[in-house]
Design a binder for this molecule. Structure first.
Ligand SMILES: Nc1nc2c(ncn2[C@@H]2O[C@H](COP(=O)(O)OP(=O)(O)OP(=O)(O)O)[C@@H](O)[C@H]2O)c(=O)[nH]1
Ligand SMILES: [Mg+2]
Length: 232
């Protein structure tokens, strides 16, 4: 039997937003109720059917890298940021700051330096930035059960819709409800589409090159934002 190809997807966001709950839900289709804080990183694997139901259907492993969000570990977690093919940005719908902080998370992942570099951060705080990355991203707001739909939608209106600014999809979930990602639900379809995109960018591009912007040999390939380069 042929080996199954895999892609690496990061889950990042502030401590306590629910990354570990979400990771477990995605990988096992059931919730965990008492996760412990993640120290370093924990990896779960999910088998995904690429373009399910079409003639191109194929199985891939999705490695879900659940990064511990504590700021104490900021300087050491850059070791997890190599060769990433997709990013899931996680925020807590009851905590607006956790959504605003996703800009710092993006800066941290791209810089591998803790997101403290103001100059580079300012570059990201720019709608054009969305066009400068080739890496698929999705935004997931957790704790929908506590926030409610109305408040969740209000968060976007009040704080600026980062997902829209960056041209990414978004969804809201209650990670403690096993039905949140039930097959056929709109959340499950959006997530599946995101994984398809990650696989497509990694394995099915016509130029045959890995599009990972985390490949150290390649600069960002945007005509819109030529100043953005990876730093080691
Ligand atoms: N009510 C509710 N609680 C949630 C939800 N998602 C996560 N939680 C709770 O939020 C707390 C933190 O969840 P974790 O998954 O450990 O958070 P984390 O982002 O992994 O945190 P770090 O590992 O410190 O980075 C736990 O008590 C979860 O049960 C949700 O959708 N609804
Ligand atoms: Mg965790």
């Amino acid at each position: 039997m042929a080996a199954i190809d895999k892609v690496k997807v990061l889950l990042v966001g502030d401590s306590g937003v629910g990354k570990s709950c979400l990771t477990h839900l995605i990988a096992h289709n059931e919730p965990i109720h008492n996760p412990s804080w993640t120290v370093g990183c924990s990896v779960e694997v999910k088998l995904h059917e690429f373009r399910e139901g079409t003639q191109h259907q194929k199985s891939y492993f999705i490695e879900l890298w659940d990064i511990g969000g504590s700021s104490n570990h900021r300087s050491t977690r850059s070791v997890f940021y190599n060769s990433v093919h997709g990013i899931i940005f996680v925020h807590d719908l009851t905590n607006r700051k956790s959504q605003q902080n996703l800009k710092h998370w993006l800066a941290e992942v791209l810089n591998k330096e803790g997101g403290k570099n103001k100059q580079v951060y300012d570059e990201y705080d720019n709608e054009q930035f969305a066009g400068s990355t080739m890496i698929p991203m999705i935004f997931i707001g957790t704790k929908l059960d506590l926030a409610g739909e109305k408040r969740a939608n209000g968060i976007d209106k009040g704080g600026g819709d980062i997902a829209q600014d960056w041209g990414a999809d978004k969804l809201y979930l209650d990670c403690r409800d096993g039905r949140s990602l039930s097959p056929g639900s709109s959340a499950s379809v959006k997530l599946s589409r995101f994984f398809d995109k990650v696989i497509e960018m990694r394995f099915h591009r016509h130029d045959g090159m890995s599009p990972s912007i985390f490949d150290k040999r390649r600069p960002f390939s945007s005509p819109m934002s030529p100043k953005l380069y990876m730093t080691d």
